[in-house]
Design a protein around this ligand. Structure first.
Ligand code: CLF
Ligand code: SF4
Length: 494
């Protein structure tokens, strides 16, 4: 555990990283910070293509109420924070961690994120972390909290080598806070209204300061609630950055009537993908923004965007025996092979095509392009198998990741993408605003439906690195005059 305050934003003299991060997002960071984030799938966008995380659901209670939360315990179909299938005791959680570490050697991080608040359940949370640190010291520890009890636990968190802490901070303004939080439980009393929001905000800010003073990497999550805190989140970004937060993750409100949350029942609108991207861009400045969050369940397992939790239920792992020394050696070999692959210099063929575009008389506007990928930072997924698309903005200046769009897998066969018309329509809706979708394979029915919707399907770049493939397709479409009518992405989201 580092004990000195983090110096984020200082330029590093290290050009060639030894830590595995080749991402531009990380290139300005000092090397000791890059070493701490290069294999954390949430703290590094590059890492999320390669490394996995798991959550252990050991924390049932919560000390506040958010209007977007309704914790349920037996719903495997919903994918959002606060939802779990099995609540675990610390011993069960430790066993599950070892089972996942053995089966998914690229799992580098264990987080506690619910289903309640980890610091409202400190005994269970710290017992779990202690056990993992003892049996599996190669795994990073991570915690996500609403911050109400953070100042009381900041010292203990830093002592337990919990190097990554997320605080959900939705506002700095107690009036806005009173709209989001009906109550907090504080000093054995339920407190409501502005007084409740004031206590929560003060505790969050003090906790943030205490952690950054102790050298802990702090990420701030904010839920974007249109009409409530959306115009205020730029200020939140500015303030948390000034206090040393490493990363800001602005996430969209999830509010469906069937979830039974206050906002769901009140039909509070969620932001569109375009509104979310516009706010993330507005918050960015020189702050690192996280755009690859998948709003995981509190028991999620696997790469971000996939959930392999059903493979590791208690009945399946109960009888398993493990030799962690052997597992650890195997994990180290797999992870170092991934780091080596990430560090390989990329072939920059497509950027040459982008440079040639700049010499044309007519500028090509930036456009959004979607990618079906099941990991590895490669275009490697069948269109009909995708449960999400990665969305990139391509322009003459290059390619940047801007977010993800969820969809439903509509094709179950391996050869045809011709099933499930409703789900095809859903996938096309998810691709709203995109000019192309790159995938490994695609059937004739979705191909025609995408073309009819003005989205170019492309499987010519199957198995290529994503940014290279997107740049190459953008350049080819520009050369063919297919993008001259494209609305500017910046204009559409401003
Ligand atoms: Fe879990 Fe959170 Fe740690 Fe990641 S999730 S505790 S920092 S290991 Fe990640 Fe999931 Fe988004 Fe959270 S994608 S919801 S940001
Ligand atoms: Fe739900 Fe988390 Fe809010 Fe508690 S802090 S009410 S668990 S979202």
């Amino acid at each position: 555990m580092a004990t000195t305050p983090i110096e984020i934003g200082k330029k590093s003299g290290c050009a060639a990283s030894s830590c595995g991060s080749t991402s531009d997002q990380m290139s300005h960071l000092p090397e000791h910070i890059r070493e701490r984030v290069f294999n954390h799938p949430c703290y590094s966008e590059q890492a999320h293509h390669h490394f996995a995380r798991m959550h252990v659901a050991v924390a049932p209670a919560c000390n506040i109420q958010c209007n977007y939360c309704n914790r349920k315990y037996d719903c495997a179909n919903e994918s959002r924070p606060g939802v779990v299938s099995e609540l675990l005791h610390p011993d069960q959680a430790i066993k599950k961690v070892i089972a996942v570490a053995a089966a998914i050697p690229q799992m580098t991080v264990v987080g506690i994120a619910g289903p309640g608040d980890p610091l409202a359940n400190p005994e269970r949370t710290f017992a779990t972390f202690r056990g993992i640190a003892e049996y599996a010291p190669d795994i990073k520890l991570c915690v996500s909290t609403n911050g109400l009890s953070l100042p009381q636990h900041a010292e203990e968190l830093s002592r337990h080598n919990i190097d990554h802490v997320t605080i959900t901070i939705n506002t700095l303004d107690e009036e806005i806070g009173a709209e989001i939080y009906p109550w907090v439980f504080w000093n054995h009393r339920r407190i409501r209204g502005r007084a409740a929001a004031r206590i929560l905000i003060e505790q969050q800010q003090r906790g943030l300061e205490m952690l950054t003073e102790r050298g802990v990497l702090v990420k701030v999550n904010s839920v974007m609630i249109p009409g409530v805190n959306d115009s205020h989140l730029k200020e939140v970004s500015r303030v948390v950055k000034s206090k040393g937060a490493f990363l800001h993750n602005v996430m969209p409100l999830i509010a469906e009537v069937e979830h039974g949350t206050y906002y769901g029942v009140m039909e509070q609108p969620s932001p569109t993908a375009q509104e979310l991207q516009a706010l993330q861009d507005a918050c960015a400045g020189d702050m690192n923004m996280m755009r690859h969050c998948r709003q995981c369940r509190a028991d999620a397992v696997g790469l971000l965007g996939e959930d392999r939790g059903a493979e590791f239920t208690l009945d399946k792992i109960e009888a398993m025996e493990f030799d962690y020394e052997e597992i650890r050696a195997r994990r180290a070999a797999v992870q170092s092979a991934i780091a080596e692959e990430m560090n390989k210099p990329k072939v920059q063929v497509a950027t040459v095509s982008l440079a040639s575009l700049k010499r044309r008389a007519v500028a090509t506007p930036p456009v959004l392009m979607a990618v079906a990928s099941k990991g590895g930072n490669v275009v490697n997924q069948h269109f009909g198998h995708a449960t999400e698309f990665l969305v990139y903005e391509a322009s003459e200046a290059g390619v940047r990741f801007v977010g993800t769009r969820r969809t439903d897998q509509y094709c179950v066969g391996s050869d045809h993408c011709d099933e499930g018309e409703d789900k095809l329509a859903l996938a096309i809706t998810a691709l709203d605003g995109c000019r192309a979708v790159l995938c490994a394979r695609i059937g004739i029915t979705p191909w025609e439906a995408l073309e009819a919707a003005g989205i170019k399907p492309d499987s010519d770049h199957a198995m290529e690195p994503i940014e290279e493939a997107v740049a190459a397709l953008y350049a080819a479409m520009a050369e063919a005059g297919e993008l001259s009518d494209a609305p500017s992405v910046g204009a559409s989201v401003a």
